[in-house]
Ligand binder design. Sequence first.
Ligand code: NAD
Length: 327
Amino acid sequence: MKTKKPNIGVIGVGHLGQYHTKHYKSITQANLVGVYDADHARGNEIAKTHNTKFFNNLSTLLKECDGVSIVTPTESHFDVAKMAIKDFNCHVFIEKPITTTLNEADELIELAKIKNKIIQVGHIERLNPALQGLKPYNINPKFIEIQRLAPYTTRGTDVPVVLDLMIHDIDILLSLVKSEVETIHATGVSILTESVDIANARIRFKNGTVSNITSSRIAKDKVRKIKIFQENLYSTLDLLLEQTEIYSITKDPKKYSKAIKTEVFNNKKHIIYEKPTLKKRDLLNVELKNFIEVIKNNEQPVVDGIEARNALKVAIQIHDMIIKDLK
Ligand code: NAD
């Protein structure tokens, strides 16, 4: 490391990159060196707002950094990350999706291995308290229903909805189901943009788990919900409200505290309802602090390049299937 506190830069300070800049400025374990943006006026403006330096040349910034956040449009992730790892020995935090193609992701993963650098990818939902609320339970889903709907915005439309929104849920799904994907059926439509705006995929895993995911970027209201069904347990997660509700069946209701609601079905089955109290946190702050800790202590990031590549692989399969179906 070039200093005790990692020197950090932010590349791309548009909508999301401005928040990366803000958080790094406040993380005492990091030293924010400055920012770079292809749009120099925007770069200057964000540097000024957060009292840091604007570099009008990417190489000059990279030369000073131990790690960088890459928050540029997805199509440029590969070129920027390759330059940062290969030419300047930097650890990289790449916003999701890691890249637009599997070959690009594989090349970055290989390069990072050779250079002994970390790739962390911004699949921020993994830190969502609603998912953390599942941790005490033995989750072994038979069926998972996931819905992510968002009103239209021009941001993110450089890639289809599967790579922009659905990839969050694919990553969550792969983290919940410990089995390989067996089959995928997918369908979708373009409504406002030239690419797919609404997509639905049914994914079956080798262990028999089935998932149904729907993503839309032209909805009226925001929805981010997950429903998990398994033997003796039903759980419903709201990722927007950061809430988790769990209904489970027990033969031994006495082991639960009186504060927990129970109901008896057929004089036999005791239904337990739990809604864990989950601590609200600024997830981007937690995620970026994790990147700094990972650099300092050579730890495993929340989501590494390989997991992000696995999510991308499924996303590309889904998208290709939709496109084929539309022709
Ligand atoms: P944006 O368009 O608001 O900002 C992108 C910025 O990058 C712009 O300021 C642009 O000038 C700059 N830029 C473009 N090409 C560049 C290059 N080659 N080098 C340096 N700067 C460059 O986009 P955004 O909404 O901030 O999204 C950026 C990335 O973050 C995308 O990959 C997107 O998928 C991801 N994202 C992730 C989440 C999440 O939930 N984790 C949410 C939003 C966006």
